[in-house]
Design a protein around this ligand. Sequence first.
Ligand code: NAD
Length: 491
Amino acid sequence: MAGSTQINLDASTVRNVVEEVLRSLGHDVAPSPAQAAPTSCGNNGRPRRRFGIFDEAGSAARAALDAYHQLKEKGVAGRVKVVEIVKGICEEKAVEWGKLEFEETKIGRLDHKIEKLQIVKLVPGVEWLKPYGLSGDHGITLEEFTPFGVVGAITPVTHSIPTVSGNVINIVAAGNAVVFNPHPGGARCATEAIRTFNQAIHRELGIENLICTVEHPTLESFDALCQAPEIDLLCVTGGPGVVQAAMRSGKRAICAGPGNPPVLIDETADIEKAARCIVEGGAYDNNLLCIGEKEIFVLDSVADRFVRAFKEAGAAQLNRSQLDRLTAEAFTDSKDAGGCSHPVLNRDLIGKDACVLGRTAGITVSADTQLLFADSDPDHPFVMEEQMMPMIPVIRVPSVERGIELAKKAEHGYKHSSIIHSLNVDHMTAMARALDSTLFVKNGPSTAGLGLGGEGYLSYSIATTTGEGITNPKTFTRTRRCVMVDNLRIY
Ligand code: NAD
């Protein structure tokens, strides 16, 4: 027709425009087709919104992909809004959700469950993604950090809502959507947090399923998530089993794996401060932190002084027979395929209070005791296994060299975290080189490594196994280069 302009719009663009107009007029808008498939009707006949909660990984991944495209339309401002929402809700609901997680998982300490949510605000957001620019005789080049698409994330039972929240901030700040397969032991509270985040995101941005989860996660749903074609990247936070499974999946995986952080104390250390720091880090959430102090190597010459200072700082000592009793309950022997026996951790004692462990060991300690310790051999299960209990073995060593050698053995090459208390720079350097750990804290509690009393930022996923380090928004981006040849240069 003369004088008319033909505009070709596909159905989804038309739908987005219409939805946007309806929303701006204050109408409730039905989900898009990708979301609509699993949506059922509520009592009033209107579609019941899923707000990210799905029965299986496949439909969750499809809805997340749709949400990823919607997020793109909202620009960087949309991501900033999501980060603001997640940080705000974590602070507001810290007490309620801390209790929820504690009641469900039954591990750790309520005060620290609450605090771990209050500090979610320390996780970095969109401001982390600064493009890198180059300018020269041949023009200008810009490297930008762009999203992958949809990230599949696995979270541990040790910090269910905090890991979900920290992952969401990092992943969405980078422009991605996410599907979680949380640890079954912490899935109910994770689901509650995800629903709440999505409801607020939907109110503000009109996106319903930016953060998806499998409501009843299993190893099968983990496999399905790994196989889903919509998933571009995995972020795995957990122990050796899940890390190995993710790395076998064929997808690129960012793996925040296990640790067993050793502490070394030499003769130059401020012994009293070292004792206080170890109680602060090692007793945190009943030693559930992967960065938490798990075994102490102390020089013979200062060992007695350290034991006195440790008791003054609030730690209670077990004698040999009490340690034996606790060990018999905390570990059972299992034989591997080659017939070698290995200690297997009794999960019923993980993250329990020091007084519960004390009772198991046959000693009554006061209810406010935060940490137990016992003199131990270097190859004791409490030294060699990542036990996640507020019971730290103390091993006396004749030299710093021997201490570093034993610390390296106990850390198993995880390259996770290690701590030294020393004023001798040569000792610090030798330990740093030998253990090559992702976090190496000097003269502070392990928690200082995550910006809590030390410089730095917070994350609940420390990508040790695959080497990305303390995860941040940039971890979840693809680097793309934009080049203008011989032009746009202004000098
Ligand atoms: P876990 O490995 O038992 O469970 C983690 C998740 O993996 C759960 O969702 C679980 O169901 C799943 N899973 C376990 N084995 C699997 C397998 N073979 N295949 C597929 N899925 C599997 O860990 P957890 O007890 O929840 O958490 C404690 C562990 O996580 C410790 O080893 C700790 O060091 C580690 N962790 C590491 C970091 C880090 O940032 N590096 C942070 C927190 C915890």
